[in-house]
Design a protein around this ligand. Structure first.
Ligand SMILES: NC(=O)C1=CN([C@@H]2O[C@H](COP(=O)(O)OP(=O)(O)OC[C@H]3O[C@@H](n4cnc5c(N)ncnc54)[C@H](O)[C@@H]3O)[C@@H](O)[C@H]2O)C=CC1
Ligand SMILES: O=C(O)CCC(=O)C(=O)O
Length: 525
């Protein structure tokens, strides 16, 4: 019988669902990392919220672990690459606590507008400071959303009900979706300049870390009030403290902090700060939703192999799993590479299967391409929500099936439509089911897409590879594999290079400066 550990406070319904599905369950909360490491080896599944940190060394000790289930959305407390490397599936529950979290953001907006926490403390201290607390109305004010996904959209809906004007910065919000939501899509600088209230609803990624940086905070409207119910790390806390102290930022309400639990934080005690201890998802309703959902998903996986809402593997039924699995790994990588290279320009995407691939259920392959494509922008993308997110982003999705075999016995091709025309990448499976990229934008290559890579387009000329190797060496970047292709001798050539450490923007800039190099783009798979 599979055995699961629930290591964070979770609604009792989770344990009920596990037991009913024939899964043994222990509930032990408040474990230190060493205590968790000492016992995790006996479990097949680990059900968590945000307190348990599933780090690489916890995973190393988790010798039997097959699945981590997050009763909630954000999975930044799980080392997903380390889990993937160990074959551990990571699942979340992408919608169960969205309404609750959006409501918390609205509650914090009211708390800031009327200084409710300070007014409460003062009144209960017997001060009756009626003249000290002069609030502002929300009606007619501009709310700036940074991130207009599930939670951001719900916040927008509630704010419109409060007669606010809602503007949003989200690179993946389409004009059509903005119209449907009744909000105005703007660039970040415009949002900073116009918003009376700013609320953050993005995952914490390399692109969003410190999105409210010192510079960006300085660009905000005087007196702006800021709400963060998404993740600590989206705001530069030291810069926020200075701006609160100077009065440029009129108030900040934070549910999340760079270091959690935030028992001490430099911001505490700053004027006009409202703080809650990561309570965004803490309602009875949301906790019942996510507890039941995570236990159902984990039980299905442990007892029948079905995968739902996985972040590091495409969903599939227990029966289809063995045949489709290698195709989905290939499809996800094709979606991810085309997205990283040209995704922002794409208005349509076509997924073609050919030869042996055309004999299979194409939906999971399409889902995996879309998960790879959309996963570049949001942490909580998976096979279930990727088609929905692609549609919201305005991406027209087409599936094509060719029963005939071409040059390869099996092929998956992904073609995007951009203002410059159609661009496609294609891949096959080798005999051992290993996915390989075989064509990129009309040029034949043969490359494994894995880990950190760099994609270079250059003029085919003698001496280039030597110069590139020297430059990477000087930057301390070790080359793992080197794959080349070219359109014609002396014409356009491409290099796809696997490296042992990420190629930063500095190194990429230096590569671009090599004579004959047209583009140099770091990639990650
Ligand atoms: N305080 C709490 O207890 C809770 C916090 N959360 C946090 O809220 C976050 C948002 O959740 P959802 O709305 O469900 O996620 P979502 O994935 O539906 O939406 C995220 C949105 O951020 C946008 N985005 C991505 N990169 C961006 C960038 N660089 N600039 C602007 N927008 C960008 C995406 O396009 C997407 O629309 C989660 O990632 C989680 O960290 C979620 C639940 C509870
Ligand atoms: O489980 C919680 O209380 C936190 C929820 C959260 O942050 C999330 O779902 O991303």
């Amino acid at each position: 019988m599979p055995k699961v550990l629930i290591s964070d406070q979770m609604d009792p319904k989770a344990a009920e669902v596990f037991r009913a599905a024939g899964v043994e369950v222990d509930e032990i909360t408040g474990l230190s990392k060493d205590e968790l490491k000492a016992i995790i080896g006996q479990y097949d599944g680990l059900a968590i919220r945000s307190a348990t940190k599933v780090t690489a060394d916890v995973l190393e000790a988790a010798t039997n672990l097959k699945v981590v289930g997050r009763a909630g959305i954000g999975v930044d407390n799980v080392d997903i690459p380390a889990a993937s490397a160990r074959g551990v599936v990571v699942m979340n529950t992408p919608f169960g606590n969205s309404i609750t979290t959006a409501e918390h953001a609205i509650a914090l907006m009211f708390a800031l507008a009327r200084e409710l926490p300070a007014a409460d403390a003062s009144t209960q201290a017997g001060k009756w400071e009626k003249n000290r607390f002069m609030g502002v109305e929300l009606t007619g004010k501009t709310l700036g959303l940074i991130g207009a996904g599930n939670i951001g959209s719900i916040v927008a809906d509630r704010a419109l009900g409060l007669k606010m004007k809602v503007i949003a910065y989200d690179p993946f919000l389409t004009a059509e979706r903005a119209v449907a939501l009744g909000i105005e899509k703007v660039e970040l600088d415009e949002l900073l300049a116009r918003a009376d209230f700013i609320t953050l609803h993005t995952p914490l990624t390399d692109q969003t870390r410190n999105i409210l940086s010192r510079d960006n905070l300085a660009k905000t409207k005087a007196g702006v009030r800021i709400i963060n119910c998404a993740r600590g790390g989206l705001i530069d806390e030291a810069a926020l403290k200075e701006q609160l102290e100077s009065g440029h930022v009129g108030g900040a309400a934070l549910d999340v902090f760079v270091e959690e639990p935030a028992k001490q934080n430099p911001l505490f005690g700053t004027p006009n700060l409202v703080a809650t201890p990561h309570l965004g998802a803490s309602t009875t309703e949301a906790q019942v939703n996510v507890a039941i959902q995570v236990a159902e998903q984990m039980s299905e996986f442990l007892t029948r192999g079905g995968v739902t809402n996985a972040l590091n593997m495409p969903s599939l039924s227990a029966e289809e799993a063995p045949k489709l699995k290698p195709y989905m790994a290939l499809a996800e990588k094709l979606g991810a590479i085309v997205s990283q290279l040209e995704g922002e320009k794409a208005s349509a995407i076509a997924i073609e299967v050919e030869g042996a691939a055309a004999q299979l259920n194409q939906k999971p392959i399409t889902g995996a391409v879309l998960a790879g494509f959309m996963g570049v922008y949001s942490q909580s993308v998976n096979m279930v929500n990727a088609p929905f997110l692609a549609k919201e982003r305005g991406l027209d999705v087409r599936e094509v099936r060719h029963d005939r075999e071409g040059d390869y016995h099996t092929l998956v091709r992904v073609t995007i439509t951009t203002p410059e025309g159609q661009k496609s990448v294609a891949g096959t499976l080798f005999a051992n089911a290993a996915p390989r990229l075989v064509e990129i934008f009309g040029i034949r290559v043969e490359a494994e897409l894995d880990g950190d890579m760099i994609y270079i387009v250059n003029e085919d000329a003698p001496g280039f590879i030597g110069r590139l190797g020297t430059l990477l060496g000087e930057s301390g970047i070790n080359i793992a594999t080197f794959n080349l292709g070219r359109r014609t001798a002396g014409g356009e050539a491409v290099a796809l290079i696997s490296v042992d450490s990420a190629v930063g923007q500095d190194a990429a800039g230096r590569i671009k400066a090599i004579a004959g190099v047209r583009t140099a783009t770091p990639l990650r798979f």
